[in-house]
Write a protein that binds this ligand. Sequence first.
Ligand SMILES: Cc1cc2nc3c(=O)[nH]c(=O)nc-3n(C[C@H](O)[C@H](O)[C@H](O)COP(=O)(O)O)c2cc1C
Length: 363
Amino acid sequence: MTTSATRSMYPQDVAFAALEEIRDSAARTLPRDVLDFLEGGAGRETTLRANLAAFERRVIRPRPMSGVSTPDTTTTFLGVPLAVPLLTAPFGGDALFHPDGHLAVARANELCGTASIVPEAGTYSYEQLAKTAPAAARFAQLHPFDHFEQGAERVRAAGYTALCVTVDCPTAGFRVRNRVNRFNPDLTFFGGNLLDVGTPDVAEMFERLFRHDAPTWDWARLAEATRRCGMPWIAKGVLTAEAAGRAVEAGASAVVVSNHGGRQLDPAPASLDALPEVVRAVAGRVPVALDSGVRSGSDVFLALALGADVVVIGRLAAYGLAAGGEEGVRRTIELLTEELRTLMVLAGVADLRGFDPSLVAVR
Ligand SMILES: Cc1cc2nc3c(=O)[nH]c(=O)nc-3n(C[C@H](O)[C@H](O)[C@H](O)COP(=O)(O)O)c2cc1C
């Protein structure tokens, strides 16, 4: 063991020195069934594994002696300024991971200059989030069911910039780990937006998600509902050129290339593998975000290089939350940012406009 008198190469007095420590701390903190709910996927978890493998398969082509020293990571997404091209994903049941749930996530985003996609099925309401961290609570996720227009009206009144409509969840995925665990959480953790507002109760909403005879929406119905509400909206859950085209035709202002973190269709294409096809189909008409499988700063780099304008983190943010509430999420974003900036220097990328697919090769 060595110590240095005054200065050290690496931060010494930090609770979490790396994302791996945050994940390990979360795994130690959470009960087994909650950890499985967080980490698990649908079916045989082929999509879940494919998401990670798609990042593993790619390498960054170095650009030595590029002269880049202080990369600029600032950008905007649908007019919202971001210090780093990162958003946190809408994950429901957030107080299962930490009592402060998305309140802590949004506060951490506010400190980092990043933003939250606030979930419909979260522990806290859209209004509570907007009040707690107005600079970060910019996007509000909704499922396209009957109560959509009431929800959208609340989101608008609370001052959000855009809706984020989950298009890949007409019914909940076949989640084997939850079945094996007989997972039976207190549904109020998912009901922050449903309590006391006269909308269907939590149990009823969940029953719908797990039934296979509930009415589901198509693109035409979504186009009509979003046109009536008049807010910009993001289509979350696009994996093909065809779906991207349908979303843009239906009026989406952005798309999220996502397979819901491997929690819905299984087997499905890995999100990173689907990204180039979607970027080509969208052809610059709307910005493209990506989630599913991002676990490091190098994953953020690869997604940006392959055409994502912004990257969304689900489980990483939830690990941070479980490990240390607001501080854990803040540290997660800080570590991702630090690694991204390091890689931008090593690969000679001065700013976000400098990302392009020629920076990436397949191993
Ligand atoms: C515990 C958990 C709950 C989630 N709940 C929702 C939800 O209610 N609505 C939704 O659109 N996506 C939901 N997602 C999916 C995330 O928004 C996001 O697409 C996914 O986590 C990204 O993959 P990653 O976890 O590999 O980063 C959830 C994800 C997790 C892990």
